[in-house]
Design a binder for this molecule. Structure first.
Ligand code: ARG
Length: 458
């Protein structure tokens, strides 16, 4: 029998109940639901709304229900509308009339808002931990390959040589901001909606601050209508996970490129690649592709959530029950992808000597020639133009910058001397990028030390 059946002469149509039940998803919040109920009952007793003996009886039975759900003795199924009514119904079956006092001065509207905040708090901390794990995996590779040279790109065209570690640390930095965004969510979510009741509060003498304190919140959501009507916190969380997935998708895209025969840079362990049912030679980077693909689910959840909320009048509307679908899609997908991304990196080695020779004398050192002329007092714009001409000549002849004779260089500018050839090695180019946060080994080593310190305490 539904928790609201008083004014109804019939029970809910079976199809309709199935359609409207949220239990498949909100049963994931059973622990939070029970924590909320226990604090609520303690408060009701403190405020003398129920007796201490009654509260003890309810708490004991509700703790039993927690165990029954955990060990599968109580199997929750779709015939219950949601986790809130399922727990209450079980309670009444266990202890009779006393159980009927649990929901005093409470509505499922403030209850669900509370469960979601508690659930988010737990899950955000787990997600942050997974991001740290991924950062650690990236860090290990950055350290291992710290003197490996790779081409850096803009427009996916070879731009300037860099250290592979520099590239990997860029992702570690992005992921750090992802953690900060999640921590920000935690800060804003640290208020209890419990006690807002249906939306207008209650005439019973409850103590909202007490339940907030028991549940570990720093305070209460001040406006009872806001407390039950708002889902911006969930939207904020899904936005943060969308940004995480966007970052993971970019990393995956690079993995896919690095795994191609054209790049021949990433060598993934067989345990983290798949084959083709037709082409026997194939070794495919499916896991990176799946992460890239699954980002769509999370972006979809964000759009779904914004669409869900945008036309809703205050206060509670049943539409809001759909929020759990989007929340859980975003959460599960992001957590899975973070785990798999870290494993994928752990299972991948890189060909350390892949690029060094290829980059010696490469056109991607043209900027070094430009800086050379600038240091010799040739105005920047002129130097840029001259080096551009030199590059065009090399392209025309199909040669590298270090294959062009000094006499030819001198035709472009008398400022060129023999020492220009010492510039035409990727490492000498990298060593010169001494600006803060730049490509030089000194700066990259400083970043490695910074991340070693930061990540070892997590
Ligand atoms: N299952 C509902 C949800 O997730 C709980 C709140 C229901 N409240 C109501 N008045 N029908 O939103």
């Amino acid at each position: 029998m539904a928790v609201w059946n008083g004014r109804f002469k019939k029970s809910l149509d079976e199809e309709a109940l199935k359609f409207s039940s949220s239990i498949e998803l909100d049963s994931r919040m059973y622990n939070e639901d029970i924590d909320g109920s226990i604090s609520h009952v303690k408060m009701l007793a403190k405020q003398k709304i129920i007796s201490v003996a009654e509260s003890k009886k309810i708490i004991k039975a509700i703790e039993e229900i927690r165990k029954e759900i955990a060990n599968g003795e109580y199997q929750i199924d779709w015939t219950k509308e949601d986790i809130h009514s399922a727990v209450e119904e079980r309670l009444v079956r266990k202890i009779g009339d006393v159980g009927k006092k649990l929901h005093t001065a409470r509505s499922r509207n403030d209850q669900v808002a509370l469960d979601e905040r508690l659930f988010l708090k737990k899950e955000i901390n787990l997600t942050i931990k997974l991001i740290s794990d991924l950062q650690k995996s990236l860090f290990k590779k950055a350290e291992k390959y710290k003197s490996v040279i790779v081409p850096g790109y803009t427009h996916l065209q070879r731009a300037q040589p860099i250290l592979f570690a520099h590239h990997l640390i860029a992702y570690i930095e992005m992921l750090e901001r992802d953690k900060e965004r999640l921590k920000d969510c935690l800060k804003r979510g640290d208020k209890s909606p419990l006690g807002a009741a249906a939306f207008a509060g209650t005439s019973l003498p409850i103590d909202r601050n007490y339940t907030a304190e028991l549940l570990g919140f720093s305070g209460i959501v001040d406006n009872s209508i806001d407390a039950v009507s708002s889902r911006d916190l969930i939207i904020e969380f899904i936005s943060a996970t969308s940004i995480i997935m966007m970052n993971l998708s970019r990393l995956s895209e690079e993995f896919i490129l690095w795994s191609s025969s054209e790049f021949s840079f990433a060598q993934t362990d067989d345990a983290y690649a798949t084959g083709s049912s037709l082409m026997p030679q194939k070794k495919n980077p499916d896991f990176a592709e799946l992460i890239r693909g699954k980002s769509g689910r999370v972006f979809g959840a964000l759009t779904g959530m914004l669409t869900l909320m945008k036309g809703l009048p205050l206060a509670y509307n049943r539409d809001m029950q759909e929020d759990k679908y989007h929340l859980i899609t975003a959460l599960d997908t992001t957590k899975d992808c973070l785990k798999i991304a870290a494993n994928m990196i752990d299972h991948t080695e890189f060909k350390a000597d892949r690029f060094e020779e290829e980059l010696t004398g490469d056109l991607s050192l043209a900027t070094d020639l430009l800086d050379y002329l600038v240091r010799k007092n040739v105005p920047f714009r002129e130097a840029h133009h001259l080096v551009g001409k030199i590059v065009a000549l090399c392209v025309e002849r199909g040669i590298k910058l270090n294959q062009l004779e000094l006499s030819e260089y001198k035709k472009f500018s008398s400022a060129f001397e023999k020492d220009l050839y010492s510039l035409l090695h990727p490492m000498s180019s990298i060593k010169k990028k001494i600006s803060a946060g730049g490509a030089s080994p000194k700066e990259v080593n400083r970043a490695l030390r910074k991340w070693k310190r930061k990540l070892s305490s997590e």
